[in-house]
Design a protein around this ligand. Sequence first.
Ligand code: HEC
Length: 104
Amino acid sequence: MQKNENTSLVTKTVLFAAISTIGFLTSCTTKPAIIEGTKANTVEKLAMGKTVFENSCAKCHDLPNPVDHSAQDWVGIMNSMAPKAKLNDAQHAIVYDYIVSVKK
Ligand code: HEC
């Protein structure tokens, strides 16, 4: 019995060390991805902005067409519509970026 308990303690210690190592390695390998990934992040953010736009901005009226207003006008429109659509600041920003990206 005593021997088994010791074995299981060793197993637990080894497992804990392995999990810590994996966690450490993961935290190291994800950092360069964030630094390099600026362009991919932008593409992802625009895709997220599109999704939020399509899901949030057609509830009260038809989905607006980004080309109907200037980028400048969209600042004001988003300032009045983001609270109506209950967007947080991050969603407000990605929806605006998506709208402006469609116009180009
Ligand atoms: C809770 C309802 C509601 C939601 C959600 C909503 N809108 Fe509106 N929207 C309105 C109303 C009401 C008007 C017309 C009156 C006004 O301009 O405030 C309007 C008008 C507009 C107009 C026309 C503005 C103009 O000056 O011609 C645009 C563009 C627009 N919304 C975009 C959006 C976008 C983008 C979203 C998503 C972020 C959104 N709306 C979400 C209610 C809403």
